[in-house]
Write a protein that binds this ligand. Sequence first.
Ligand code: NAP
Length: 408
Amino acid sequence: RTWSSGVIFLTLNVNSRVAMWLSRCLRSQAARRRSSAAALSKCSTPRGDANWGDANRGDANVSPFRRLAGPAARASKALLFRKHGDPSKVVQLEDVDLPPIGAKDVLVKMLAAPINPSDINMIQGTYAILPDLPAVGGNEGVAQIVEVGGQVTSLRTGDWVIPKDAGLGTWRTVAVLAEDDVIALPSDIPLLSAATLGVNPCTAFRMLCDFEDLKAGDSVIQNAANSGVGQAVIQIAAARGISTINVIRDRAEFTQLSDRLKAMGGTHVIKEEALRRPDMKELFKNCPKPKLALNGVGGKSATELLRHLQYGGSMVTYGGMAKQPVTVPVSALIFKDVKVRGFWVTQWKRDHSRDGKAFRAMLDELCRLIQQGKLTPPACTEVGLQDYSRALDRATQPFTSAKQVLIL
Ligand SMILES: NC(=O)c1ccc[n+]([C@@H]2O[C@H](COP(=O)([O-])OP(=O)(O)OC[C@H]3O[C@@H](n4cnc5c(N)ncnc54)[C@H](OP(=O)(O)O)[C@@H]3O)[C@@H](O)[C@H]2O)c1
């Protein structure tokens, strides 16, 4: 299923009981290529529309769930936005009817889904890929397979799955998805680990693997070290014997946060301001200059990270939380020949989607770390779906140090 052939229909059950069209597709060309993005592209027709279920009419594999269950059982609660804007204002909890389960579809019960900065940006309308509206929010989360279509081969009832790509619309209780939209995880890992695995740990993993040849004893410097990405960087690096210099913003609870990041394997934890101070020289008496800098902030923070890179090292920008451009000192380019790069995990997943082996291998390795207790989820606040508005609000507040995770 692709955007252009988009034949999946959803019916919205708005308060007024007037169903609205859920329109088609993500805007970007890249997203159009992706079948996995189809889930967000689900179209709706008003209830009783003649087209509803055309895709499966006469199909012997149409799910018994669809045939036997009443209308209420086929509905999902979903967090929808009809226009871009302040998430706590434009997102609403609504009932969405499920489409029929096609032969290559799975019916899933969403279990948990985080609120990530990219979800917020998507709702605000500032992200690189945007859905046509209205759309279901959420790009990440874990679901359990409730039922499989007759031609599904890779998944079974009971499996835990996560999205393969951005744009799935994970903030809902139940969904019909294409088999190809999701990938299985072991179900013996903690729920919060599974719910937060597909974006941040994958980003951390790739950035540690793909830019510099890091060996045990090397070091990495990063800002936003208490972010989801930052906490995964700390733990994956520690599991490989790589030291991390972790930069966070100052706060009243600096010591507690520093202790927490060190307990998960962070070697050094310093305040943004300390990056500019002479005591950094002291730190580098016991720690090699980093080969790799990971920048999730931008602005001055990024410039300061660059100053501490070793000759020929790389700075990889993956986020811009300060909403400030990255300034590269001329001296860093001339005298240190630093490489200034960027990374987007969505693009990586799309580039490696053909056979899926690299994604599978990465997830297997990350799950092994989780099972060994070496990779824990970020600090999370679990929130019931009804409390979504407060959770969205909290997710946009600074210094919260905990990811809001919707328990579905
Ligand atoms: N490129 C990719 O593939 C990719 C993948 C995943 C995530 N990301 C991006 O990475 C960033 C972090 O995502 P996440 O899910 O890990 O975040 P998160 O867990 O929600 O944490 C947000 C982090 O940003 C910090 N922060 C917020 N505003 C800041 C500012 N003005 N200056 C400095 N730090 C600030 C927060 O620090 P405080 O605690 O001090 O507020 C916190 O560490 C986001 O920009 C996200 O979009 C990119």
